[in-house]
Design a protein around this ligand. Structure first.
Ligand code: ZN
Length: 464
């Protein structure tokens, strides 16, 4: 009995409290946790006693928001009999990610020697602060530019742009005119021109060396080479192919043939002229300008009736069309397209404003007629001057009887008669003279024809 009492005393005073203590659960946590901004946060905790796991019974009170920097507290509570067991944890949401600096045009750029580097631009983006480009510090150091930035949490970034003061780019050579042209046997090669520019040296056209191996005395294909180097020694070369070809064979020459040609139209008198030509069943040739846009139906009527349509230039402005070879062809392509849009053909016959012998073009470009008269043929056109001038664009503009005389005095049975007349708006006198001219020609055994791309042309001498 005494032993039993002893055991109970020991049990109650020593073992029971120990038993109780080891039966009370406790909540295990890390006291302080640091997590990255925007990361997913998995809270870890455990509640247990020596004998049981109570984790599932823990009540957790958390307001952790990893999308916002800050210190958050998580409270844990576990009810155990009459006891309530507490614990708490601090969660620090921090930005540990450095911002990123991006350089426009890369981390290494070439700049012309003796030039200043002009900033290409940069951007700094931070995962938390977003765009912090305006916080970037730019430091110029010899051949480097250093870009530094820190975000609001003190994470910093630095990138370096290396500047090479070197010219590695080739100059660019551009040809005026086509890169392949054809010229006639025994004619002369006219250089159409070129330009050369370099990224560092600017215009270096004067440094281009041209090697011309064209032998116009022999049929064949030749090359003209254009070579240029910049100061840094980068060079470039391009070529122009020049084909020396036989002259085209023209046909249609006929003694006593009359080619009536009307320039500068169409206009409101063109339909009267067409009526008159219809009356005699005669076909003529019209060298048209941008007036076709005002009288598209008259152009259609002329073409559909079998008259020949030639290109006279779009603007007919000497200062435009004779300002340069390029400008001439730009203008020519405009009238070509205008005509094409109305009647659906690309005419290959042309007449130069003022004729190929004009001297007015000297005011705008010395030597241009020499170049153009070759170049239009190179490009597949046949150009026509005239050998009888009605003078209806000169002093006889309002004088039908003089216009009549000028034409019939020029007619000959020993040549192809190319008669220059005009059908723009002011040329009523031309129309008034036309019936008599045609009647005279018919009565005197002449016949009429139209100019075509293969008609033997009448050419003036070139004066510019
Ligand atoms: Zn004209």
């Amino acid at each position: 009995m005494k032993r039993l009492m002893q055991f109970l005393i020991i049990f109650l005073t020593i073992l029971l409290p120990i038993m109780v203590i080891i039966s009370i659960p406790h909540i295990d946590i890390d006291k302080e946790i640091v997590v990255s901004f925007n990361s997913s946060f998995n809270d870890e905790y455990r509640a247990s006693s020596l004998f049981y796991d109570y984790t599932d019974e823990v009540e957790v009170n958390s307001n952790v928001d990893t999308s916002k920097l800050g210190i958050y507290e998580i409270n844990y509570e576990l009810k155990f009999g009459p006891f309530t067991i507490h614990n708490k944890k601090e969660v620090n949401v921090v930005d540990k990610t450095s911002p990123v600096i991006e350089l426009v045009n890369g981390n290494e750029v070439n700049v012309c020697p003796n030039c200043e580097y002009v900033e290409d631009g940069y951007k700094a983006i931070d995962d938390y602060d977003k765009d912090i480009t305006d916080k970037v510090e730019v430091i110029n150091k010899d051949n480097e530019i250093i870009y530094r930035v820190s975000d609001s949490s003190g994470n910093s970034a630095e990138v370096i742009r290396k500047i090479n003061y070197v010219d590695k780019e080739k100059p660019v050579i551009k040809l005026k005119g086509d890169s392949e042209i054809s010229i006639y046997l025994n004619s002369s090669y006219n250089e159409l021109g070129y330009s050369a520019t370099d990224n560092c040296d600017g215009d270096i056209t004067k440094n281009v060396s041209v090697t011309n191996k064209v032998d116009t005395s022999k049929i064949g294909s030749y090359e003209v080479t254009y070579l240029v180097s910049d100061k840094a020694g980068n060079s470039n070369m391009i070529k122009r192919k020049v084909n020396v070809i036989n002259r085209p064979v023209y046909t249609g020459v006929g003694n006593g043939v009359i080619y009536l040609t009307f320039d500068d139209g169409p206009s409101n008198i063109t339909s009267s002229i067409l009526d008159l030509l219809d009356k005699y069943g005669i076909k003529a040739t019209f060298f048209v300008t941008n007036n076709v846009n005002n009288y598209p139906n008259i152009l259609k009527r002329a073409y559909n009736s079998g008259h020949s349509i030639g290109l006279h230039t779009y603007t007919h402005e000497y200062s435009t069309v004779y300002s340069s070879v390029n400008n001439y062809f730009l203008d020519l392509s405009k009238i070509d397209n205008a005509v094409y849009n109305i009647i659906g053909i690309h005419s290959k016959i042309i007449r130069f404003p003022g004729g190929s012998s004009n001297t007015i073009s000297r005011n705008y470009s010395i030597g241009i007629m020499s170049t153009l008269s070759n170049e239009v043929v190179n490009r597949g056109y046949n150009y026509f001057d005239w050998n009888i001038d009605s003078n209806d664009a000169g002093s006889d503009v309002y004088n039908s009887s003089n216009i009549y005389k000028n034409v019939i005095n020029g007619l000959s049975h020993n040549k192809a008669n190319v008669v220059l007349m005009h059908d723009s708006g002011s040329h009523n006198a031309t129309y008034m003279a036309l019936d008599s001219i045609i009647t005279y020609a018919i009565n005197n055994g002449y016949r009429f024809d139209i100019l075509k791309s293969n008609t033997t042309p009448v050419h003036h001498g070139i004066n510019n």
